[in-house]
Design a protein around this ligand. Structure first.
Ligand SMILES: [Zn+2]
Length: 474
């Protein structure tokens, strides 16, 4: 749904929302399934096991086209390339991309519509907003081609995950579904042309969870696409009741999937979860395969570099900023765009035999790491282990403003005792260093962002790049 219409949608009466959801669903279906989609889907099926050289050839052919197009029709890039005395012919190979600067969020905000191609009428583009959790929202414009490509990549993910598209499925992601202020059910809408149950991510209170589970069962849901924390909340509810809700497929995106969440979700829905990563800027798409051993980069989607703060690529295994170049959005070309997420490339392949490159370990945001006094980056995934020792914890968040201190908020179904606090303190002293002051507070709830996303770590301490040893992995 377009960025500007979200607030409008939230204010509408339920009956009008129902009609709108059905209409929007039909329209999107027409837009995304067509001859272009069929062709792309066939191509993606073949290319995932093709020779890596062929994949690179495909990327460089599209990159050449994109650079030419950007130079000829995008005012921002004409200026950037002229300043550097570059012509499109100077950027033929992926390595040549380093001749161009990394594009940061601030650059996109400043450039505004100068990043749009003059060759495409504005009415042919769709304006969307990036999530407000990653700072001030940005306006991003998609052309039709990138929408179809993104959809084809989602369909690839679904096919890997064993998701029988067409069968009833439920979605718990960032879309507005019912007004935030609403206190009575239904907290969902139906999208008949996709056979989809859209569940609100903003009404997951203890009182409502039974209603959610009943509706998921009533709808005959066979697959679930969710933010991990939302699927986890449902799984926890099932666990407390000793119940299971067997599904054919569960996929997660939008937040980092933590090990304790994965374990409980897989146990209660009785299926392996397929984690995926994408973003509104449409520059990087990656997901797990049936091996669940890191993410495959969907290389047909874009060129992904991992760079340090100066834009220099870092070696495989070393964490850095994800800088993505979309190979399909000619309406608003984003070249070497650093969206603020962090990852590492893996040297070597996957046991599944697919030739798509691998993204190792985590994909998280810059602010999702705790930074220790000696400059190490500790991701939320590491902290989650400590919570295993404290039963009954529903939610937790760590807030960090300086290296020497953290504040931990905990939502638990019973009061935190001294013993529990001690377990947490001992863990942090070992993990972060004894000099870090740990404040623990039990709170009734921890709010999600307006898009329904949840962050386990919110840190404003700057990271130090370029050294693999700084990244805590085990
Ligand atoms: Zn694989």
């Amino acid at each position: 749904m377009a960025y500007t219409s979200r607030r409008f949608y939230r204010g509408l009466p339920a009956a009008v929302q129902k009609v709108l959801v059905a209409w929007h669903g039909r329209r999107i279906r027409q837009e995304r399934f067509g001859p272009e989609y069929d062709q792309l889907a066939r191509f993606l099926k073949e290319s995932e096991r093709s020779d890596p050289g062929k994949l690179r050839e495909y990327q460089e052919e599209r990159l050449g086209r994109l650079i030419r197009h950007a130079y000829e029709t995008v005012p921002y890039y004409r200026e950037v390339m002229d300043e550097r005395r570059l012509k499109p012919a100077d950027i033929k190979h992926i390595e040549d991309l380093t001749k161009l600067p990394v594009l940061h969020k601030e650059d996109v905000r400043r450039a505004g519509t100068r990043l749009l191609s003059s060759a495409m009428p504005k009415r042919a583009l769709k304006r969307v907003g990036t999530s407000a959790t990653s700072g001030t929202p940005l306006s991003i414009w998609w052309d039709r081609e990138v929408s179809v490509m993104n959809h084809a990549c989602y369909m690839r993910l679904r096919s890997w995950a064993g998701f029988p598209f067409g069968a009833p499925y439920a979605t718990m992601q960032g879309r507005p579904v019912v007004p935030t202020r609403q206190t009575r059910p239904p907290f969902w809408r139906h999208n008949p042309s996709w056979n989809q149950l859209l569940l609100s991510t903003l009404h997951l209170t203890d009182e409502n969870l039974g209603l959610y589970v009943a509706e998921i069962r009533r709808f005959g849901t066979v697959a679930l696409e969710a933010f991990p924390t939302c699927a986890y909340v449902l799984a926890r509810y099932l666990e407390t009741r000793g119940e299971y809700l067997p599904l054919s497929a569960v996929t997660s995106t939008g937040e980092q999937l933590l090990p304790h969440e994965r374990q409980l979700i897989e146990e209660r829905f009785q299926v392996r979860i397929f984690d995926a990563y994408s973003q509104a800027e449409r520059i990087v798409f990656s997901s797990e395969c049936e091996e669940h051993d890191g993410h495959h980069l969907y290389a047909e989607y874009g060129v992904t570099e991992i760079v340090d703060e100066d834009g220099h690529p870092v070696p495989a295994g070393t964490p850095g900023l994800l800088a993505g170049t979309s190979l399909h959005n000619f309406g608003m070309p984003l070249i070497r765009y650093a969206c603020g997420d962090v990852g590492a490339l893996r040297d070597g392949g996957c046991a599944c035999g697919r030739t798509l490159p691998m993204l190792d370990g985590l994909t998280s945001r810059v602010g999702d790491f705790i930074v220790t006094p000696d400059g190490r980056m500790v991701p939320a995934i590491m902290v989650s282990w400590s919570m295993k020792e404290v039963p009954g914890v529903k939610l937790w968040r760590i807030i960090q403003e300086r290296r020497e201190a953290i504040r931990m908020l905990v939502v638990r179904d019973r009061p935190l005792e001294e013993r529990d606090e001690k377990v947490i303190r001992v863990y942090f002293a070992r993990r972060l260093g004894p000099e870090v002051d740990v404040q623990i507070e039990q709170v009734p709830d921890i709010p999600r962002s307006s898009t329904g996303k949840f962050r386990h770590v919110v840190s404003s301490v700057p990271l130090v790049w370029g050294d693999a040893n700084r990244w805590e992995r085990s």
